[in-house]
Design a protein around this ligand. Structure first.
Ligand code: FES
Length: 368
């Protein structure tokens, strides 16, 4: 048994009082969970602590909180690990409600107000075409492997809590809902793939609002890797259905890729013209690019003044050794030369076979 200090954020909106921190000391084995620590404090010291939980086994998804600043399931986090990860380095375990959602009381957030509203936004059920079969739908096993990762979601809201895009733009559909959308876009029984992708690509707060911060991947306790599901949606929208959205998301992504292919590294000054005007020289004169450039001038000026970029550094492409550039082009050629796109997920596990160096191999817990 060891003594652990839980620093819990307390808040009762109706009281009119500001939120405050309260410390509780609990004696428990280090392998016990943070949830058990909180419940022990609640049972022995202060029955007013508000926490939501049910299964205590990382299945129901109801005990999502922030532990030491990161979203996690309280029942899946060991006390000793949490104490080791203490931000102040003093072993104190800081527990607060998840982010990006209004607080109802103490550690309980309003999932309806944000998380479930966004899940509903993506029509979270199958929309099959035509009359249903007389008996059940028969789906080949391989066809479902692709969506198993998104199906592993337990709707705990951890990814929503730590999503930086949502913090800046609360309208963003968000990682959990977009991962849910992929569950249906990847399902062969669904007959509305293109319509779903159109809808999410054209929404200014949709597919292309994710900024690839990776926070959702780190926060997810089930390895769903929501950002990877968002990238799958983008590949399906851009490559399979050739949707050039009005947000310029698809063209922007293509510009990134072509700049890396041509120069080995991103060439920032060329990104904007290519995003609007394609790879041609005349892309530079696309009117929309000029407008966005004018819009971005304050940020560019700030970056120059703070010496984050130099004019020459920005205007010339980065140089990398010739042989490295050849390697990068080789990777592009190889991927572009494939007849089919591979979408891997955490349920594909195995060893790389000798002589099969081209076959991507993934181990459990990782993703493409
Ligand atoms: Fe069910 Fe933690 S109590 S996931």
């Amino acid at each position: 048994m060891s003594e652990f200090t839980l620093k819990i954020r307390r808040y009762l909106p109706e009281s009119g009082e500001a939120a405050y921190w309260q410390d509780y000391r609990v004696d428990l084995d280090g392998h016990r969970s943070v949830l058990e620590g909180i419940l022990t404090a609640k049972a022995d010291q202060d029955g007013t602590i508000g926490i939501r939980c049910s299964c205590r086994a990382a299945i129901c998804g109801s005990c999502g909180v922030r532990i030491n600043g990161r979203a996690a399931l309280a029942c899946k986090t060991h006390l000793d690990e949490a104490a080791e990860g203490s931000q102040a380095g003093d072993g104190e375990i800081v527990v607060e409600p998840m982010g990006n959602m209004p607080v109802i009381k103490d550690l309980i957030v309003d999932m309806d107000a944000v998380h479930w509203k966004k899940i509903q936004r993506v029509t979270p059920w199958l929309l099959p075409d035509g009359p249903p079969p007389e008996r059940e739908y028969v789906v080949p096993h391989e066809a479902m492997v692709d969506v198993t990762q998104s199906m592993a979601c337990i709707q705990c809201g951890a990814c929503v809590s730590d999503c930086l895009s949502m913090e800046v733009d609360p309208e963003f559909v968000g990682p959990a809902a977009l991962a849910k959308a992929y569950r249906f876009v990847g399902d062969p029984r669904d007959g509305q793939h293109e319509e779903r992708l159109h809808d999410l690509a054209e929404d200014p707060a949709g597919l292309y609002d994710c900024t690839h911060c990776f926070n959702c991947i780190e926060a997810c306790p089930k390895g769903v890797a929501p950002m990877n599901q968002i990238m799958r949606l983008r590949r399906a929208a851009g490559d399979d259905y050739e949707i050039d959205d009005r947000n310029n998301g698809n063209r922007h992504e293509r510009a990134f890729t072509s700049l890396v292919r041509d120069n080995g590294l991103l060439w920032e000054a060329e990104l904007l013209p290519r995003s609007y005007g394609g790879d041609s020289f005349f892309g530079k004169f696309a009117p929309a690019a000029g407008l966005e450039l004018a819009d971005s001038l304050p940020s560019i000026t700030r970056a120059l003044l703070r010496r984050k970029v130099t004019p020459m550094g920005a205007l010339r492409p980065h140089k990398i050794p010739k042989e490295d550039l050849a390697q990068i082009k080789h990777i592009f050629d190889k991927i572009d030369g494939r007849d089919e796109r591979f979408e891997l997920n955490l349920y594909i596990a195995g060893e790389e076979l000798e002589g099969d160096a081209d076959i991507p191999v993934e181990t459990e817990g990782s993703s493409a």
